[in-house]
Design a protein around this ligand. Structure first.
Ligand SMILES: NC(=O)c1ccc[n+]([C@@H]2O[C@H](COP(=O)([O-])OP(=O)(O)OC[C@H]3O[C@@H](n4cnc5c(N)ncnc54)[C@H](O)[C@@H]3O)[C@@H](O)[C@H]2O)c1
Ligand SMILES: O=C(O)C[C@H](O)C(=O)O
Length: 333
């Protein structure tokens, strides 16, 4: 039975990531095969012509779940009554830049959109920030939406998780679905810590720790970590544009798991407001392993981190504190 439509906003709707993401959302990959949708598409005024083309293509996809598409350059219209917000619209980095170099250009967008969410969205809206630097943009967005619970603002590190899973699957020689519980700690930046020490791999129908399956501790601590940390830059160097198809898939994965939940013994990584778990600084959006039930995430507790892990967690936490200070000085909060 089709359900009453929910309203979903995608910002940066005329951009690269949205071009893949909108199709995934509209065909039911995120909210399930029975959930009808109204898509609200926000971009800036000069992009309205391009956005019109995207709207035409969505119509031409003939998707049964898609009840209405509302293109707009007005945040008031875009955020009205939304239950889910994909905040993608922001400038991407170019070759040679770090993601935090985008702070000056992008953080103001998230202040304005936080204010619009606060006034116009549903109070239980789930917000996923994709635009970089995603963690700090999510923090700023939540600060400008005081009437919406802080736990409803998250940043995307799912692309890093998917990258990490793919690296391990390739190294062990198993299908991607045989790898689970890889963790991304900290910032969606080159200081992130992709951690396989709690990961599990199914080999010959048996679940074993990833460290056992990989049989190469040196690779896990060095090549694996730096490949995942630098994967975004490697894609930019090759494509001359930042990752888009894989980013859209990760955004769909993140929001689907948030709405529909994760199995008891599995966890996924999300940037969430830190409560200081695992020694992370408080009041930054830090990526943790989370388990999700009934639309609520909880940080997985009780994992043991060795000194190597603790050192990397401290580094990425420090970077997030610095980004927070920079963001606050840019927006003058
Ligand atoms: N967190 C992640 O894992 C991850 C992965 C990939 C990309 N990203 C980031 O996602 C963002 C978007 O990437 P893209 O490749 O789609 O870029 P893009 O340039 O193709 O598209 C961005 C779109 O956002 C629009 N936009 C700019 N300001 C806006 C505003 N105030 N309101 C609404 N729309 C606005 C632009 O007009 C453009 O259409 C970038 O910041 C990129 O770095 C994050
Ligand atoms: O690397 C980038 O700037 C884009 C994105 O954040 C990514 O991880 O691919």
């Amino acid at each position: 039975m089709p359900q009453e439509p929910i309203h979903v906003v995608v910002t940066g709707a005329a951009g690269q990531i949205a071009y893949s993401l909108l199709y995934m959302i509209a065909k039911g990959d995120v909210f399930g095969p029975n959930q009808t949708l109204v898509l609200r598409l926000l971009d800036i005024p000069p992009m309205m012509g391009v956005l019109e083309g995207v709207v035409m293509e969505l119509a031409d996809c003939a998707l049964p779940l898609l009840r209405e598409v509302i293109p707009t350059a007005d945040p008031v219209v875009a955020f009205k009554d939304v239950s889910a917000a994909f905040l993608v619209g922001a400038m991407p980095r170019k070759e040679g830049m770090e993601r935090k170099d985008l702070l000056a250009a992008n953080v103001k967008i998230f202040k304005v959109q936080g204010e619009a969410l606060d006034k116009h969205a549903k109070k239980d809206v789930k917000v996923l920030v994709v635009g970089n630097p995603a963690n700090t943009n999510a923090l700023i967005c939540s600060k400008y939406a005081p009437s919406i619970p802080k736990e409803n603002f998250t940043a995307m590190t799912r692309l890093d998780q998917n990258r990490a899973q793919a690296q391990i699957a390739a190294k062990v020689g198993v299908p991607i679905e045989n790898v689970s519980n890889v963790i991304i700690w900290g910032n969606h930046s080159s200081t992130q810590f992709p951690d396989a020490s709690h990961a599990v791999v199914v080999v010959d129908n048996k679940s074993v720790p990833a460290v056992e399956a990989v049989k190469d501790g040196e690779w896990l601590r060095n090549v694996f970590v730096s490949t995942v940390q630098k994967r975004g830059a490697a894609v930019i160097a090759a494509r001359k544009m930042s990752s888009a198809m894989s980013a859209a898939k990760a955004a769909a994965d993140h929001m689907r798991d948030w709405f529909l939940g994760t199995p008891d013994n599995k966890f996924v990584s999300m940037g969430v407001l830190s409560d200081g778990s695992y020694g992370a600084p408080k009041d930054v959006v830090f990526s943790f392993p989370v388990n999700i039930k009934n639309g609520k995430w909880q940080i997985v507790q009780g994992l043991q981190n060795d000194d190597f892990a603790k050192g990397l967690l401290a580094l990425t936490g420090k970077e997030l504190e610095e980004e927070r200070a920079d963001a606050i000085s840019i927006i003058g909060a």
